[in-house]
Write a protein that binds this ligand. Structure first.
Ligand SMILES: [Zn+2]
Ligand SMILES: [Zn+2]
Length: 112
C-alpha cells in the first residue's frame, strides 16, 4: 500500500502534518469541544420533560381535564400525561409528535 499522504492540520495556524485532517493535539481539542457542546442525556431529558409539560398544558387549555381515551371512550381525568404517538422503542422519533392521555390509558397503550 502507498504511503499515506500527509495533510496539514486544519486548525488555523497549526503547521503539523499527519495523515488525518488534524494533528493529535487538535483532534483532542475538538473532542473536548464536542463533549462540552453536545447535549448530555440529562439536558435532553430536561428539554423533553419541558416539551411534554407544555403539550399537556396546551391540551388542558383546549379541552380541560379530559382524556381522549385509548381504546375506550373519552373520559374526564386530571392525571394527564404526554407520550410519543409512536413509541421510540417502536421506531418513533424521540422528538416526534406527542399524544395526551391519562396515566391509565397511557400505560394501557404502552402495554399493547
Ligand atoms: Zn494541529
Ligand atoms: Zn384515559
Amino acid at each position: 500500500m502507498a504511503r499515506a499522504r500527509l495533510r496539514i492540520c486544519s486548525a488555523p495556524g497549526c503547521p503539523n502534518a499527519q495523515p488525518e485532517s488534524r494533528c493529535p493535539e487538535h483532534r483532542a481539542e475538538r473532542d473536548r469541544h464536542y463533549r462540552k457542546t453536545t447535549p448530555t442525556k440529562a439536558t435532553r431529558d430536561h428539554a423533553e420533560r419541558q416539551r411534554r409539560a407544555e403539550v399537556v398544558a396546551d391540551h388542558r387549555a383546549a379541552h380541560g381535564n379530559w382524556c381522549p381515551g385509548w381504546r375506550r371512550p373519552a373520559h374526564p381525568s386530571d392525571d394527564l400525561t404526554a407520550d410519543h404517538t409512536r413509541a421510540v422503542a417502536d421506531g418513533g422519533r424521540p422528538d416526534g409528535p406527542l399524544q395526551v392521555l391519562c396515566r391509565a390509558c397511557n400505560s394501557a397503550k404502552g402495554a399493547s
